[in-house]
Structure formats: structure tokens, C-alpha cells
Design a protein around this ligand. Structure first.
Ligand SMILES: [Zn+2]
Length: 382
């Protein structure tokens, strides 16, 4: 596979285009660092002043307990002096460390908190369907973490919703200097994987004996558009207004709230110094599916960020990715039990979704990656 000469991302990375300076992803990362941040901060303060209120909440903050959303809440409360309602859409795979981080953080900072868990039986159906159709089992999570807080914003009349990282950090659907808005167009383009709630109901009911209806999928559906516009709901990404600096943000939340990082299944610790994605115990399987489809996973992605930050060299990155990519995560068995699928079907589905020119070497003997120390505490159906 062809890879970027600067950051080592491969040609199967979504929206990547190579150029003489490397690729559009790493060029974008550098462009982001040079945005006029003083100007954008001014815009943020103006906006915040408009939304500050004397009653109820000033804003809603979607929260997983991971490094980014923990910092979002910290920044809103301590720097912007807002009174937020913190909302967690619980995807069902929270890890013990994240739960203890969350409890400690919420108690220390002092905010109101709503924890919402969708119906687990329905989540299982949604995982199976979105995996079979799109090779991505996270439809419920992609949609729910955006839709549910926005629905609360509408029902509670709290128009300002503060997300963290803009989409442009991960792909080039948006430019790095663009103020992204979480509206219905973006929701349908990116969050739903192209499967609307209506289609999902039909698909699930075709396969499962237990039938579901559209109202079962409300937590995963964008709010009523008319109300959304009338109430002037404004979802923003904090990373468009202040320079998102993960390293120093993690230092802040560690220092002030004792936030702790964790191992990540299948990823060597040195490639995950800031604790990306440690909130979900299905992450290892998610990354593995990406590997099966595209020939790379978080190992390559994280190492490319570390190259951009000057932490490791491209040679070091190549060595470490070659040694570690493609290992089978222990969480795969848990996942297959959730959706009641055997390994043969799983591999056939992934193979049918391989992105050219990646082709998995089926003869190679892939190692099973190390279990993380909390593996035995993860919820299992068997
Ligand atoms: Zn690049």
C-alpha cells in the first residue's frame, strides 16, 4: 500500500489525498496549528455571552468521561463560567477506569449530570444490522451521542450544545478552519452511516423475531427539525474556537481531577500516551474491523499523530506498526456473542468490504493481542 511520506497514513485512509508535502490530513493538522486563535477565542466569548442565562442551564455538554469531554466540561465551567447540564449517552461498553474517572470528576467539579442508557436488546439488533450492512457496528453510538443531547437541548430549551473535536480532525469532509455545525445535514452525512432510523426499523424487523418500531429509535434520531430551528439550537465544537492541544489538556485533567489513562486493547502503551478511546471496551474490535477492511488501525493512526507532534520518527512508526497491526483482539469473542454471529460469517463480511488495494493475507498466522487488565470485568452475554 502507498503511504504518506510525512505521517505514514495509508492510501485506504478515508478522504486522504497525497501531495508534494505529504497528504491532506497531515497538511491540515499543521494548518490547524496556525489558525488565528486569539480571533476565534473572541468569537467564542461573544457567543457565550449571548447564551449565558439567569435560569436553568447555559449549555448542554455531551460527555463520555474520556479525555476530550472531561476537558470540555472543565473548560466550560472554569474558563467560560457556564452552568452546564452534562449528558452521557451510555453506549453500553464503558470501562471500569472510565467510570471511576467520571465519578471522581463529577464530584470534584460539581455539575448536574444525566446518564442515559438505551435499551440493550435494541442496541444488539442495531449493532448486528449496522455491522452486516456497513462493516461498522457503532450506528447506535455514532447517532446516539449526537442525537440524544440535541433532543434534550430541544426539550429543556437549552440551545447551546458544546462538543469537543471537530470532524476535520479525522477526515477532510470539512476544512480545519471551518466552524462546523452539528445540523441535520451533517448528521445524515456522517452519523447515520447512510442508514436512516426508518430504514433501520425495516431492516431489523426483517431479520429479528422480536419487532421494533420507530419510537424505539428516537434516542438515535435527530430532533424534530422545525423545533430545532425555531429554538435556535446551536451545537458547536470547542476545537474550532480554542486550539485543541490534547497533551496539555490531559495534563490539566490529570492534575485537577486525578483523571487516569488506561491500556487500550491491541495498542502498545507508548502509542497511546494521552489515553485516546479508552472509554469503550469494544474499541479493540472496532479497530480490528478497520484493519480487516482497510489494512490499518489505531496503531497507525496514533503513530501518525505522534509523528506530527514530533514524538516519534516515521521509521520508528513503520517498525512498530509492522510488528503490531493485524493482531486479533480478545474482545472479538464478546462482540460475536453480542450479535450472535460465528467467526466464519464475521470474516466473510469484512472481506467483502475490503478497500482496494488492501487485501488481508489469509495464510498469515496472526497473534492474539494481550488482554487488558480489566478484561474480566467487561460485560459478556455468555
Ligand atoms: Zn500525511
Amino acid at each position: 500500500m502507498k503511504t504518506c511520506k510525512k505521517c505514514n497514513l495509508p492510501e485506504t485512509y478515508e478522504t486522504i489525498v497525497f501531495n508534494e508535502n505529504g497528504c491532506n490530513i497531515c497538511v491540515g493538522t499543521n494548518k490547524y496549528k496556525n489558525i488565528d486563535w486569539a480571533e476565534n477565542k473572541k468569537k467564542l466569548l461573544n457567543l457565550v455571552n449571548k447564551y449565558k442565562s439567569q435560569k436553568g442551564y447555559d449549555c448542554i455538554i455531551p460527555f463520555s468521561g474520556g479525555k476530550d469531554s472531561t476537558f470540555q466540561v472543565h473548560y466550560a465551567v472554569k474558563e467560560l463560567k457556564l452552568k452546564p447540564l452534562v449528558v452521557r449517552f451510555n453506549h453500553g461498553f464503558l470501562r471500569p477506569k472510565i467510570n471511576s474517572n467520571t465519578e471522581r470528576f463529577l464530584k470534584k467539579i460539581g455539575v448536574d449530570f444525566i446518564d442515559f442508557s438505551p435499551n440493550w436488546k435494541i442496541v444488539r439488533f442495531l449493532m448486528e444490522e449496522s455491522f452486516r450492512r456497513k462493516g461498522d457496528f457503532c450506528w447506535h453510538c455514532h447517532t446516539g451521542i449526537f442525537a440524544y443531547p440535541l433532543r434534550l437541548a430541544v426539550s429543556f430549551n437549552v440551545p447551546l450544545v458544546i462538543y469537543g473535536e471537530p470532524q476535520s480532525f479525522h477526515s477532510q469532509y470539512y476544512n480545519v478552519d471551518e466552524f462546523e455545525k452539528e445540523n441535520i445535514e451533517k448528521f445524515e452525512m456522517l452519523r447515520t452511516l447512510g442508514i436512516s432510523a426508518e430504514d433501520m426499523v425495516g431492516m431489523v424487523n426483517e431479520r429479528q423475531d422480536e419487532k421494533i418500531s420507530l419510537r424505539d429509535l428516537e434516542p438515535f434520531s435527530f430532533p424534530d427539525e422545525k423545533e430545532f430551528i425555531e429554538k435556535k439550537i446551536l451545537p458547536i465544537n470547542l476545537g474550532n474556537y480554542i486550539k485543541w492541544d490534547v497533551k496539555s489538556q490531559v495534563e490539566i485533567i490529570k492534575d485537577l481531577y486525578g483523571w487516569e489513562t488506561d491500556e487500550l486493547e491491541g495498542v502498545p502503551d507508548e502509542l497511546n500516551p494521552y489515553g485516546s478511546k479508552i472509554e469503550c471496551f469494544m474499541q479493540g474490535t472496532r479497530d480490528y474491523i478497520k484493519y480487516l477492511k482497510r489494512g490499518f488501525s489505531r496503531i497507525t493512526q496514533n503513530s501518525s499523530q505522534l509523528i506530527n507532534d514530533g514524538v516519534i520518527s516515521i521509521e520508528q512508526a513503520k517498525k512498530i506498526t509492522e510488528a503490531n497491526e493485524g493482531q486479533i483482539p480478545p474482545s472479538l469473542d464478546i462482540f460475536l456473542d453480542f450479535i450472535n454471529m460465528d467467526k466464519k460469517d464475521f470474516y466473510e463480511i469484512c472481506e467483502s468490504m475490503e478497500v482496494y488495494p488492501h487485501k488481508r493475507d489469509k495464510k498469515k498466522n496472526y497473534k492474539i493481542s494481550k488482554k487488558t487488565s480489566d478484561f474480566d470485568k467487561w460485560f459478556k452475554v455468555k
